[in-house]
Design a protein around this ligand. Structure first.
Ligand SMILES: [Zn+2]
Length: 165
């Protein structure tokens, strides 16, 4: 060492390269700080994507379930009674829980409904049915749609849909 104060070598948490300025917060792409190049090329796009896909999440302490509101006009009230039918501390499947707690029970629709990769439902001759909210009960996904349709989707994409009106 030549006696000068050694400049702390800062390394970008994204590319690993050194930088000398103050650096930038790398969140949400990475932890820590990053260089200006990575800030522009990696971090800012990640933040935009996060904004674009932002959804409102409602967590219920009572049921342990978190509901994501997927539609801009969706509100907690629109969820209706559905959140009350499902509890995380109940070991039974979503279908069994709804069947017990919903006054009319769970009666799967027997028509030719298909489930698209984006979780929209399609009934032949009808417009696509759009998801309004979704939740996760262990490995089962529960989706609420327009017109009171509810789908229970398994990890292998097999599903049942019923109308809970
Ligand atoms: Zn970098």
């Amino acid at each position: 060492m030549n006696g000068n104060k050694q400049q702390v070598l800062k390394r970008c948490s994204i590319c690993g390269g050194p930088y000398t300025d103050h650096g930038h917060n790398a969140a949400p792409a990475f932890k820590g700080m990053c260089c200006t190049d990575c800030h522009v090329l990696v971090v800012l796009p990640a933040r935009l994507e996060q904004l674009r896909t932002a959804t409102t999440k409602l967590h219920s302490k009572m049921t342990g379930m978190t509901w994501e509101l997927l539609h801009p006009r969706m509100t907690a009230e629109w969820l209706g009674y559905l959140p009350g039918f499902l509890r995380l501390d109940d070991p039974r499947s979503a279908k069994e829980q709804i069947h017990e707690r919903y006054i009319s029970g769970w009666h799967p629709f027997q028509g030719a409904m298909t489930l698209r990769p984006d979780d929209k439902l399609k009934y032949p001759g009808d417009p696509l049915i759009t998801p309004l909210a979704r939740s996760q009960l262990r490995d089962e996904r529960i989706v609420l749609y327009e017109h009171d349709w509810v789908a229970i989707i398994q990890p292998d994409r097999s599903f049942e849909v019923a109308r809970l009106d």
